[in-house]
Design a protein around this ligand. Sequence first.
Ligand code: SAH
Ligand code: SF4
Length: 367
Amino acid sequence: MQNLLDFDAEGLTAWFAAQGEKPFRARQVLRWMHHFGQSDFDAMTDIAKSLREKLKANAVVLPPAIVSDKLSDDGTRKFLFDVGNGNAVETVFIPEDDRGTLCISTQAGCALDCAFCSTGKQGFNRNLAVSEIIGQLWQANRALGVDPRNPEKAERIISNVVLMGMGEPLANFEAAVAALKLMLDDNAYGLSRRRVTVSTSGLVPAMDRLRDECPVALAVSLHAPNDKLRDDLVPINQKYPIAELMAACQRYLEKAPRDFVTFEYVMLDGVNDSDVHARELLAITRDVPCKFNLIPFNPFPGSPFRRSKAERIRRFADILIQAGVVTTTRKTRGDDIDAACGQLAGQVQDKTKRSERRTIPLQEMRP
Ligand code: SAH
Ligand code: SF4
């Protein structure tokens, strides 16, 4: 049985062609599945009965199942999805006055092992399939009460998608890009490139590929203003140091839908939050049109770090702002249900022994 949620438009058209079916049929089915959230072929009323029978015999529309659904006091909602073999991933919906953002996972765990990240500490099991990535959006739409007959209203509920949940999206390049293409496709979710963001810890070659294959808004997890500190906090920096990362950001902006890169910077008390660090940051990012998003560290059990004090974060932001760089501080949302940035843990059957993880050949993570 073929899961049709594993295809983007191009893949679905090819699969239909192999069944002897015309491209416009693929488009119709794509629209039913994603635009209207339909998984029952019999409900696809404008599809000929013979084709419906053929689809029923050969295909399914199967998103991952929601195994838990928690609502925070602040309206943030966290879904846990079963992705099989004891693995589960998390998706977070963050409602705001002017938009609703869905934060999606791309891997069961993460192999990159950033020092301050709960997902990293869980280890890594595997890449998610396209159906498991886009299936999070498919299911969230449904759970949030999106009326399939009123898709315009749906777009107002989930107006933005960020690949910022569990995992490194660019280490699961093919599947992440297929899911991104569905998000942008007018027959699927119809989101504009500016409203879809990929967050990466800095896989330089994959950033170039994303620019060429599917440029969406880009967020880069910087977290340190020099290689010495970044090597420790974000170990992938040992492979792609800051100068190479900044050059990749500049190249990305040639095709990006927004004219800036967002640098994410987690505020760790006494580690990366001094005035000197702020000035160093301004120096290394001088040639990259950018905004800063400061993220107060969200603690998780067993983590050695503390969140910078509010006053320290304010002072750090002021230095950036006074230098003319737009800087926002992320509001912590959903921490009462462990849904805040960096707290997503899901359930990961770690395949990489923690102690050996830093020695995984980095080539394996490159697309
Ligand atoms: N792997 C990608 C996307 C997922 S992580 C990346 O690293 O960009 C999403 C964001 O949450 C990243 O900026 C990450 O550095 C940040 N983050 C991780 N752990 C955190 C924590 N404990 N508190 C606050 N932010 C955290
Ligand atoms: Fe992976 Fe991102 Fe967490 Fe680093 S911060 S371990 S890249 S999910």
